[in-house]
Design a protein around this ligand. Sequence first.
Ligand code: FAD
Length: 470
Amino acid sequence: MTDLRVATRTGGETTLDANAVEGLRSSLRGRLLPPLDPAYEEARKVNNGMHDRRPALIVQAAGVADVLAVVRFAGAHDLLLAVRGGGHGVAGFGTTEGGVVLDLGRMRGVRVDPGSRTVRAEGGCTWGDLDHATNAFGLATTGGIVSTTGIGGLTLGGGMGYLARRCGLTCDNLLSADVVTADGRFVTCDADRDSDLFWAIRGGGGNFGVVTCFELRLHDVDGIVGGPTFYRIDEEVLRRYRDFILDAPEELGAIFAFVKAPPLPFLPPDWHGKPAAAVIACWSGEAGRAETALSPLGDLGDVVGSHVGSMPYSAINRLFDPLLPPGLRQYWKGSFVDELGDEAIEAHVEPGSKVPTIESGTHFFPLDGACQRVAPDATAFAYRDVDFATVIAAAWHERSDDASIVRWVRDYDEALRPFSQPAGYVNFLAEEDRDRVPVSYGDNYRRLVHVKSRYDPRNLFRINHNIPPA
Ligand code: FAD
């Protein structure tokens, strides 16, 4: 091991001598990977291929002790630190140029307690890990709709998915969390212990510490009936979807999307690659009521093809995994929508018909039902009166397409500005949307700054949609 040049928290560089790095290595059970290590090239990759960054050091933590060691080391040497959960953050906050990456991807233990209907999951789990474990007990909680996404970033930012209308956001189901704070302490926070911290991590992202374990409430979800239905695009289909979903029983999760029809066997071949609308439905209520709940899907528009049936909840969250392999290039813009008015729908149809690739789409996540029954100040996630969170999510393979596809997202986002909130779900905001962070927390922002000042006064955890301390 030789001396290492490492980026510092304040934008400079420092030299770590070989002894200091060896000292850190010897305190770990996990792996410490400097750039010359054969495993480094693979380990530095995050899901979004746009972020081709070279950290000075990567630590793949094996447990809480390693997390404590890295946070203390980074704090003592004033190093720039990125914390990686599932590595799916489109904004690229799971890595850093020249700093230290603390990768939790080996901390993926899950323990379900069927008696109390709770699950404890380590900070590096994916939704695939968690859904698989809870599904065996006929239980689930709100999680992401792609199984390779990390529970870490998703839960800390809020967390939306098929069960949100029935069970609330993922963060609404968080019962406690084990957190390593910036001063290198280990705390378990919940409604009674370090309750300010517990409030802040339910929506405030990775600003407040490294969560090594999440304890989440589970719900009875013994199989679902659902799947995608594709339609010819027109204004009516989105209008009808809006009216339908906001009136539907809360056991129905249904996400609308403008897409390019993928080459799926149940879609006519001449539709493959053509612009289409899609509704991906997930009925998690009584099986006997599924048909009534789902039958309006056939009347939302001109149906091109449909594949709706019974499956485990864990399976619907894997449906789109094959479309989204690691390394795709991605660029997203998101907003909250109070009410999806007819003019807004008109503004969507033209750019929504020009989705650039089959991996891309504009998605509408309904946030009514249980999400709206939580008070805006009960958790850091402030937007409890909006009907939808939308995201224009572009994903593509070739670097040569970067400029034109990023332009499509930005132009589309610009066209929607008159109809959407300046605020957006932080997990859907682009890296450069930093100026939208305060408004995205609304009236909760002041309290978040206060909690940040208490738990991370030097802003060690800054590689995120940052809430700087006062
Ligand atoms: P990372 O890049 O590892 O982390 C993202 C941020 O969270 C970073 O700032 C990181 O420091 C912090 N972080 C992660 N884990 C921890 C931890 N344990 N402790 C402290 N900080 C941590 N969102 C939804 O709500 N619903 C969806 O259905 C959904 N689907 C998605 C599908 C895809 C394909 C992708 C790419 C994203 C999706 N998202 C969805 C957005 C998702 O919520 C964010 O990308 C989220 O940040 C991913 O978390 P991660 O742990 O994988 O990411």
